[in-house]
Design a protein around this ligand. Structure first.
Ligand code: DQA
Length: 147
């Protein structure tokens, strides 16, 4: 099975961006952890990041036939993008939403997510380990044949 791991805006700055909130691991470190988890779980992991809403949506459209599940940290687009949520809905594959920080402990505008209503699961506040947890859960969902 193959899983698209998508990362939204500013996550390219991981490791240097507000390390008190997001930790010191870089996005390359996270990509490596996801690749390792993928090998262990028998999942082909396609790991990507973009700062552009249209790029994330285009990647989802392209991956539509090819992938079995989506792990996504939509970053700030979580709280703003109906378009991204619509693209995820259109694909009809299991989605797991990840946030490195505990968004519910932070500003009120981070408490609402356009993605959560369509997600099978949501992992918040587990740091970058959240990506690995999401892949572990995705392996179970895909084995069970959910969706
Ligand atoms: C984030 C939380 C969002 O509110 C924020 O805009 C991000 C990162 C997280 O991983 O904790 O860019 O998605």
């Amino acid at each position: 099975a193959s899983v698209l791991v998508l990362n939204g805006p500013n996550l390219n700055l991981l490791g240097t961006r507000e390390p008190g909130i997001y930790g010191s691991e870089t996005l390359a470190d996270v990509a490596r952890r996801c690749a390792q988890a993928g090998e262990r779980l028998g999942l082909a992991v396609d790991f990507r990041q973009s700062n552009a809403e249209h790029q994330l949506i285009d990647w989802l459209h392209e991956a539509r036939e090819r992938i079995d599940g989506i792990v996504i940290n939509p970053a700030a687009y979580t709280h703003t993008s109906v378009a991204l949520a619509d693209a995820l809905t259109a694909i009809a594959k299991p989605v797991i939403e990840v946030h490195i920080s505990n968004v519910h402990k932070r500003e009120a505008f981070r408490h609402h997510s356009y993605v959560s209503p369509i997600a099978e699961a949501i992992i918040v506040g587990c740091g970058t380990q959240g990506y690995v947890l999401a892949l572990e859960r995705m392996a179970v969902l895909l084995e069970k044949g959910t969706k």
